[in-house]
Design a protein around this ligand. Structure first.
Ligand SMILES: [Zn+2]
Length: 65
């Protein structure tokens, strides 16, 4: 049994992406979570990447729509 499995051939396989994401991040479904999330919101003022739950930009105080 080889431990030198070439993972590149699995990169297009969603199941394998899940497993790889889990290995890399420690979270299951890491890759698919990224794929399913909306485009990352950025503050229109300062460009800080914003969380959905935030109502105001923590960086500049800009109100998030
Ligand atoms: Zn801002």
């Amino acid at each position: 049994m080889s431990s030198c499995l070439d993972l590149r051939e699995y990169q297009d396989n969603p199941d394998m992406q899940n497993i790889l994401g889990k290995l890399v991040s420690g979270k299951s479904g890491y890759k698919s979570v990224i794929d399913k999330t909306k485009p990352i919101a950025k503050c229109s003022q300062c460009g800080k990447i914003l969380d959905d739950s935030w109502k105001f930009c923590p960086e500049c105080g800009n109100r998030i729509k």
